[in-house]
Design a protein. Structure first.
Length: 425
């Protein structure tokens, strides 16, 4: 199955405005050139004032996928959007490609800061002036109903600052590799039942589930945010290589609950050579653990840990992340091609987990019976029970779905009449 989009047609006003800009662009008179810039800047300001939704599109050398990304924005059924495009000095023609939209007042085209991926993401944040915003990485796409659906859903829940929705994994050609439900069933089975209907997720529960599932939302393109989260979360950190968004979305749960919309609204492209790395590389697991430790301390400093049934136990909460880090070091030792590499990873393993090699040996001798580790779903249930996490009150679900049906966020067929406690995962 292919994912494709139809380019939106310019209306008469837009076409006239574009003609004016193009006419003056090639005029040799400096005064006319200055006048052209004023017209364009004025149009951008007017567009910003009426817009409620911003697409943030950071880009670096993705010209092969960029047209599909931009076409998916143009195809939105809600047309009063802005697009902040930040290019990290691409060398593949991306910057030249995007210039065709320079005269469209909805687009703000910027060059990056040459300080890494997340510096350009932060540059996008600095130019968000609408009520809602969405990160659409330039190799991904969104469906035409994305903006209108997210706006309607979050308008109906003014105290909630983010919504999460379904997405499909696609390949280089746009063919679907894995559906959202199949992905959830395989990697996030705790959510399999609940994701059939619209619901509110407790922010604290979502925060804690990041210790279990790591990248809980898989991709930032499966989230739309209210602008005020920027004040609470601040910028993305560039200290964690390619997983700075794990830190950002983890902290999101300390500031807001999350609204889930059971509707396909985006795609996430997976292919060879993208920024996402092997999650079991030692430097990745080390960064994941560092982020988790930092945010656990943030939880305590904020005082929000007092809402938990028991004080947070670092050893319990971080146990799975620590085991994963130790396992990644062990695998790196086995996979090392040189003695120097092996000794480097062995030194790190013995420094942080001196008993791990002994446990590994004893576990093998006992056929993995001596030191067993709970699966992630079991670990999730363990944290929910220990800390009294409120995921969602089942009796609120029918009312919530009715609200979303009335505002058009989800079709009536997706909302069952009720969901009992026994049916909740």
């Amino acid at each position: 199955m292919q994912v494709g989009f139809r380019c939106a047609q310019l209306n008469k006003t837009d076409a006239t405005r574009s003609a004016i800009v193009l006419d003056f662009r090639f005029h040799s008179n400096p005064a006319c050139a200055k006048f052209t810039r004023k017209i364009h800047q004025s149009d951008q300001v007017n567009s910003m004032r009426r817009s409620r939704f911003t697409f943030c599109v950071p880009n670096l050398n993705k010209v092969d996928y960029l047209p599909a990304c931009i076409e998916s924005i143009l195809a939105q059924d809600y047309q009063d959007w802005r697009c902040v495009f930040v290019d990290g000095y691409s060398t593949d023609g991306s910057w030249e490609y995007i210039q065709q939209f320079a005269s469209d007042p909805r687009f703000l085209l910027l060059r990056g800061l040459r300080q890494g991926m997340y510096a350009d993401w932060n540059e996008c944040l600095r130019h968000v002036e609408t009520e809602y915003f969405y990160f659409l990485t330039s190799d991904d796409t969104c469906l035409p109903e994305l903006a209108s659906t997210a706006i309607a859903a979050l308008d109906a829940h003014p105290s909630v600052d983010a919504c999460h929705f379904q997405f499909n994994l696609i390949d280089e050609t746009g063919a679907i590799m894995i559906s959202h439900q199949a992905l959830v069933d395989k990697a996030f089975s705790l959510y399999s039942e609940g994701n059939q209907i619209a619901h509110l997720r407790s922010g604290m529960s979502e925060f804690m589930m990041h210790f279990v599932y790591r990248a809980l939302y898989q991709t930032i393109t499966s989230l739309v945010f209210r602008r005020r989260v920027i004040e609470g979360l601040g910028e993305f950190s560039s200290s964690y290589d390619a997983i700075g968004d794990y830190d950002w979305t983890m902290r999101l749960g300390l500031y807001t609950d999350i609204l889930f919309i059971p509707k396909l609204l985006a795609t996430w492209r997976v292919y060879t050579g993208q920024a996402t790395e092997d999650a079991m590389m030692p430097h990745i697991t080390s960064n994941l653990l560092a982020i988790a430790q930092k945010n656990l301390e943030l939880l305590k400093r904020s005082g929000k840990d007092r809402t938990l049934k028991h004080p947070p136990d670092d050893r319990e909460i971080l146990s799975d992340l620590r085991n994963e880090h130790a396992c990644s070091l062990y695998r790196a030792i086995v996979a090392s091609k040189t003695l120097t590499q092996a000794l480097k990873h062995l030194s790190s393993l013995l420094k942080h987990y001196p008993l791990y090699p002994i446990k590994k040996l004893l576990n093998r001798l006992s056929h993995n019976q001596l030191y067993s580790y709970p699966g992630r779903t079991s670990f999730a249930h363990q944290l929910i029970a220990t800390y009294g996490l409120d995921w969602i009150t089942p009796t609120e679900i029918p009312q919530l779905n009715s609200q979303l049906i009335r505002c058009g966020a989800i079709p009536r067929s997706l909302a069952p009449a009720e969901l009992t406690l026994a049916e909740w995962p």
